[in-house]
Design a protein around this ligand. Structure first.
Ligand SMILES: C[S@@+](CC[C@H](N)C(=O)[O-])C[C@H]1O[C@@H](n2cnc3c(N)ncnc32)[C@H](O)[C@@H]1O
Length: 279
């Protein structure tokens, strides 16, 4: 194709590929196989905020100024989360999965893409109420360091607690939700015993390997940002990382159908995306 024939769309694709390649080589973050439409939206959002005109000018800035990369990184990783998000899933987890976990002598759970930790704290509360927290080690990982720090601190803005309390009860919670936190100047601090058995660590699903064998892996609303090739790669990683008869939980708009290991799982609860690795 001659340069004259290249459309603006073709050029933009080349520029975005070069930007993502540059980020990978310069900073080690690999967004090359994230969903193109979503990456493109985020890049243009950053271009406008930086007062720039095109992808190449953003590339120049991001490669030469680590602070500019930090700002773009903040746009690329979407930290949106909630405690007991999709409450019915947590109810199904408590009713359909926990009774099987009870039979194990100890438990390892991996929250992959845990963001600021709300999902982790929600599962810790369920395990505490079911008497399983003491025998559980939870590994909560993400690529976003500042989200992980918030997760470690267990601090949540107080205005979110109304929704979280509603979610907790819809998810089958029967205690007083306020028993799980202390309030302090506009924030709440979750009780430290909920985090005692949690290891928060940086792990990149694209570039890092498996690091243990788990009885449950939750990866909700993370792979929606990946293209199908990357989703397949991450599903292979999860399959390798799950114990036989371990559970995989994905988000309510996700499915394991058409992924390379789909036929190696029993569908435990299709509605709530609970899958069990076959023996
Ligand atoms: C929308 S949040 C989902 C949080 C939580 N799982 C939930 O459903 O409420 C997506 C998270 O995935 C993380 N993430 C994106 N790419 C990742 C990667 N390659 N490895 C690990 N985490 C990643 C983001 O930093 C973000 O915290």
């Amino acid at each position: 194709m001659s340069l004259q024939q290249a459309t603006d769309g073709d050029l933009e694709k080349i520029e975005i590929a070069l930007l993502l390649e540059g980020i990978f080589r310069r900073y080690g973050y690999d967004f090359r196989n994230y969903s193109y439409a979503s990456v493109r939206r985020r890049i243009w959002h950053r271009i406008h905020l930086e007062g720039l005109n095109n992808v190449s000018s953003l590339q120049e800035r991001v490669l030469h100024q680590p602070e500019a990369f930090g700002r773009l990184l903040g746009d690329m990783v979407i930290p949106v989360t909630e405690m007991f998000r999709d409450p019915a899933m947590f109810r199904a987890f408590r009713e359909d999965v926990v009774p099987l976990l009870r039979q194990l002598p100890n438990l390892r759970i991996w929250h992959a893409g845990c963001s600021t930790g709300e999902e982790v704290h929600a599962v810790a509360i369920i395990l505490h109420e079911e008497g399983l927290l003491d025998k559980t080690r939870i590994y909560a990982t993400d690529i976003n360091e500042s989200a992980l720090q918030q997760a470690k601190d267990g601090i949540i803005p107080i205005e979110r607690m109304k929704q979280y309390t509603k979610n907790y009860h819809a998810a089958g919670g029967i205690q007083s939700f306020s028993d799980y936190y202390d309030s302090d100047h506009g924030v709440v601090i979750l009780k430290p015993y909920l985090r005692n058995n949690v290891v928060f660590a940086r792990h990149n699903l694209v570039t890092d390997r498996s690091f243990n064998e788990f009885h449950v892996i939750l990866c909700r609303n993370v792979m929606i940002y990946f293209n199908s090739q990357l989703r397949d790669q991450v599903h292979r990683l999860f399959y390798e990382s799950l114990a036989n008869e371990g559970f995989l939980v994905v988000g309510d708009k996700e499915s394991i159908a058409f992924t390379p290991k789909a036929d190696k799982y029993d569908t435990w609860n299709e509605q709530y995306r609970l899958y069990r690795k076959m023996r």
